[in-house]
Ligand binder design. Structure first.
Ligand SMILES: *[C@@H]1O[C@H](CO)[C@@H](O)[C@H](O)[C@H]1NC(C)=O
Length: 244
């Protein structure tokens, strides 16, 4: 008897529903992909302060303790970059375009366009930036405007307690920012003039610098979105996300 009661309550505790203000799409919608795209971005803006039931932390800002980007000998930016107390702003805002969702083969593809993503952090970096030897630390601000990210997502289905769930297995992304601004204070510790000159040079070459850190950024953001999406997808059955 005791056991039965426990079982009943565990199952109840497991059943998480989407917030009532989320808009849903029907699989029969002729424009299903773009309907999901619109509602997904709307859901993100509604999740900006986080949602405990769904296991989603605050998105404005979204915080991570540490982020490490190792150097790359072949690149113009051969830097070991360590970021601490990282805060991202702007992740809850954007629009989705060209959304295709193949439910049968479980594959998503879409572009997400964000007007502005800001990353504020404490940084430490060591190595070579363009032609300059670097050993700096301080506050940093990396800002991307008109960021267009192409996503290709492989997913799969699983069953728990007789309900079907979706899981994102792999997120591949290609980030194309309109413009990137870097602000690293104190790149040359003790030499404010050199630090400012170098920061200016970095910004004048922001495209080159970004291209060398792009894949590391894509890696970090894939992991972030994969964790966030799976936190929701592992709790809410798929038939409560996509209507019949
Ligand atoms: C970060 O940099 C962007 C672009 O230069 C700027 O608009 C923004 O005000 C900066 N943010 C902070 C907190 O310094």
């Amino acid at each position: 008897m005791f056991r039965l009661i426990l079982l009943c309550c565990l199952v109840v505790a497991n059943a998480v529903h989407l917030p009532e203000n989320f808009k849903l799409c029907s699989k029969k919608d002729p424009d299903f992909g773009n309907c999901v795209g619109t509602n997904m971005m709307d859901a993100l803006s509604k999740l900006k302060d986080g949602n405990k039931n769904l296991g989603v932390p605050s998105l404005e800002p979204f915080s991570i303790d540490r982020m490490e980007i190792p150097g790359n000998e072949a690149a113009s930016v051969n830097l070991n970059q360590n970021y601490k107390s990282v805060k991202f702003y702007g992740m809850s805002q954007g629009i989705a375009k060209n959304v295709k969702i193949d439910l049968e083969n479980c594959h998503w593809s879409f572009n997400a366009i964000s007007p502005k993503i800001q990353m504020l952090s404490e940084y430490e970096m060591k190595g070579k930036l363009l032609v300059f030897p670097i050993n700096g630390f301080g506050k940093s601000n990396t800002t991307m405007t008109d960021l267009d990210v192409r996503y290709e997502i492989d997913c799969s289905y699983n069953e728990k307690n007789g309900k079907k769930y979706m899981k994102f297995d792999k997120i591949k992304m290609n980030m194309k920012p309109g413009k990137v601004y870097f602000n690293f204070e104190n790149l040359f510790p003790g030499n404010a003039q050199m630090s400012a000159t170098l920061d200016k040079t970095v910004n004048e070459n922001s495209e080159v610098v970004f291209n060398d850190v792009k894949s590391a950024f894509e890696e970090v953001f894939s992991q972030i979105w994969n964790n966030l999406a799976n936190s929701v997808l592992s709790k809410v059955p798929i038939d409560e996300i996509f209507l019949n």
